[in-house]
Design a protein around this ligand. Sequence first.
Ligand SMILES: [Zn+2]
Ligand SMILES: [Zn+2]
Length: 339
Amino acid sequence: MIVDEAQKHRLKEYGINIKTKYKADDKILERNTDCSKNDNIKQGIILEKDYYSKTLLKKEKDFDSRILYTYEFNESKNIKCNNCGAISDINTIDDHCPYCNSSFNIEYNSKELGSKHYYDLIIKDKTYIIKTYIMDFVISFIISSIYIISTSRTFYFFDILKIVVATVLISLLLFYVFYYLDALILLPSLKRKKELQNQNQKDFFYELSKKNLDKITFYNNLLYELRELYYSDKYKNIIDFDIIDYNSFKLIEKNNNIYVDVSVDIRIIEYKNQKIVSKRTDKKYRMLWARQNDFLSPGENQIKCHNCSSSIDVREQKCKYCGTKINYYQQWYLDKELD
Ligand SMILES: [Zn+2]
Ligand SMILES: [Zn+2]
């Protein structure tokens, strides 16, 4: 499949296999990058990813159940070549007609590389506990200062020490109480922030739909582009990545172009010195809508060069025979990485 190609190539280079467990329709399904097992998945969630070299290197279990994946492929199918008319079994060919070598450009019949389906109030604020402790500490400091200053007739260095000790002690005691209290104090503001964020995302996809642009296509194109980016020579060590959450989408119309700035929380998996290194980070990308492109359809796509009408392999940048540059085959492509 076209979308899997770039990562497969990278994993082969390092001799790594990724086994992903999905849950769909109350069944546990599995897909392996070494093709030993590739179940069809329909709107599944990821439960776990295991990274193997010769042995198990790492297990990853932190995935969001609001992000869905679909990989559907019709394995019992014969493809008819539009060029020479030969019929071949989809399982025995390597993306090319075995008789005339015409490219089939095979895609999944249906795919979702990670669309976010629900917008709800899962609060994943990493700074939550820290904020609580800081607030707790400040209040403890005020209490102990007021108490010590008002009860001591003079104010010496020793009193400062007393304030420090009292602050630490009271803050430790209060932390437990505060942990529950901030359900009342901090949570509403986080919730409001989250509600706003969700509303903005809903508005964004509503705006897209008014332009007849589809949500799943947008997610698929974004993720396809990220695969092409992260498995390119620019990032030599990246073997996998997962979007943990989509933070925001911003629609920008400029010079007759439609751009979208996407901000994500992403986990990037690198292979360095025989070790798997995983890091979570915020990233921003600018996507550009390709107005006039021919788009790839599900299943096989036999495409002819506009210039010499020879068969086109869309993974190549230009026609193999006459060198004509190939148009993009997606609706959206990556314009640039922002910060
Ligand atoms: Zn053929
Ligand atoms: Zn050509």
